[in-house]
Design a protein around this ligand. Sequence first.
Ligand code: HEC
Length: 129
Amino acid sequence: MFSSLRLPLFGLFSYALASAALAADCASDQGHGAQVFANECALCHSVTKGMTGMMGPNLAGVVGRKSGSLAGFNYSQAMRNKDIDWQAENIAQLIAQPQAFVPGTYMPYMGLASADDRQAIVCYLKEQQ
Ligand code: HEC
């Protein structure tokens, strides 16, 4: 009798747990995201507003920005065509496997294996407005 209810309820419950975990992780980050960003991304990306001239697009304010939309940056056709907003989950998927998430992207990055590190970077980017 409850079988039809179980799946959606479970889905909702998992979602609530995941959201709570996300908030908690960001609050307890303690600079981990900044550290991972410095090691993995800062070679090609700046988070200083308005700074140009790096290999990758400036990431100040990237959370919520449309993909491939920073004026003046020469994106790949693949990134221009992706047509998504950079919400947390999308950024996490991009940096897990850039070529899988945006086939044909110019981002020459192999991917970040640790889910904790990916999460930490997303938290860090949320603060870079
Ligand atoms: C070796 C250089 C390089 C590294 C390292 C790198 N990126 Fe990139 N990134 C790029 C380039 C180039 C692009 C533009 C890709 C395109 O046009 O297809 C890009 C695009 C992006 C975008 C899309 C931005 C937009 O305006 O649409 C995000 C988000 C991003 N990178 C995040 C990261 C994060 C987070 C890291 C670290 C885990 C990282 N990148 C590491 C070079 C790099």
